[in-house]
Design a protein around this ligand. Structure first.
Ligand SMILES: [Zn+2]
Length: 341
């Protein structure tokens, strides 16, 4: 009999079929210069109580997006199996090496800049980030009925808070997703009509599963007003799904959601030169086509007139660069237009 091979693919310490409340790590095998026979810890938690819908709550798909981590941790610590019908699986730090490093991208891959949400469906024998994507694609996506992927903008960008769904042309599922937009309580609700390859949403939505993603601010910090409505919103959505069964009185959604369409290339302002970015509008402002947006000052020739920036396509200011220093090619702003329909 030939000698069998032993898998070095990611493995989970907890049994996701077990009833009750469990936590541990997905072990990402990583033989490194620092630790020859080591593995990287990706936290995973589960609360299961009988049959019912399965929700998956995800934080830190990008490692410097912190609101989702706080909400995911808080929900797991607060809830007991008796609060649940079905199961909630929690991945509070999906790109764990990036989260531990305080970075959007993982420094452990050969590029030094591995973006988890650009390597799906992953590779079980690839880099750490590719192995995480493979594990989620093959071991978490098949289990879930509804996915809540809690992004923010990260250190380089700030967002006016939003929730995004993609319509699936399934009346019942689309109605539930639209209900989630309303219940989450964010100021903006983005209704999309497309999904990108190599992303987590690109793995989930073609399977006709419910997927909701957020942009809960960003700039590498947590703001209480955003975290608070998203905390309540997450619970309102889990209750609507039927997985959360508590009789806790939850507040009404904190904001009446304004429906917006996904941005197109016309909505962006990119830096056309290196310099110091000075925005002259705020997130959440409504701007017109052609409206003045800000300056890029020349760093080493302060006597030179700054470059003036103008919005091509107006709408609500949804995204703004955070650091003042910028380089050609950086996104400085983008806007969102109203959702028609
Ligand atoms: Zn993100």
């Amino acid at each position: 009999m030939p000698c069998p091979k032993v898998s070095l693919a990611p493995s989970c310490e907890i049994d996701l079929d077990a009833e009750g409340k469990h936590h541990g790590y997905v072990r990402i095998q990583f033989s490194s210069d620092r630790s020859a026979y080591g593995w990287l810890p990706m936290p995973i938690m589960s609360i299961k109580n009988g049959d019912g819908p399965v929700a998956v709550v995800i934080g830190a798909n990008h490692g410097d997006e912190y609101e989702g981590v706080s909400i995911t941790n808080g929900l797991y610590q607060e809830l007991d199996p008796s609060d649940i019908k079905g199961q909630i699986i929690f991945l509070p730090a999906a790109n764990a090496p990036a989260f531990y490093a305080g970075r959007r991208t993982s420094p452990l891959d050969w590029t030094g800049e591995a973006n988890l949400n650009r390597v799906f469906p992953g590779n079980q024998y690839g880099s750490p980030t590719e192995m995480i994507a493979w594990y989620i694609t093959n071991h978490i996506v098949p289990r879930g009925d509804a996915f809540f992927d809690l992004h923010s903008a990260g250190k380089s960008i700030d967002h006016h808070p939003s929730v995004k769904i993609r319509l699936m042309n399934d009346p019942a599922k689309d109605a539930m997703q639209m209900k989630f937009l309303e219940l989450f309580g964010a100021p903006l609700g983005i209704v999309g009509d497309r999904v990108h390859e190599t992303t987590l949403s690109g793995e989930i939505l073609p399977l006709d599963k419910i997927y909701l993603s957020t942009e809960l601010g960003g700039a590498g910090k947590i703001r209480p007003w955003i975290r608070d409505f998203a905390w309540n919103g997450m619970k309102r959505c889990l209750r609507e799904l039927g997985v959360l069964q508590t009789d806790e009185v939850l507040p009404e959604p904190e904001h009446k959601v304004a429906l917006k369409a996904m941005q197109t290339g016309d909505h962006y302002i990119f830096a056309r030169k290196d310099g110091m970015f000075e925005p002259r509008v705020n997130l959440g402002d409504v701007v017109e086509d052609g409206q003045f947006a800000g300056y890029i000052w020349n760093l080493k020739e302060p006597w030179e007139k700054p470059e003036e920036l103008y919005f091509n396509k107006g709408g609500v200011v949804f995204c703004k660069r955070t650091p003042a220093l910028c380089e050609i090619g950086d996104t400085l702003f983008f806007t969102l237009s109203d959702h028609e329909g």
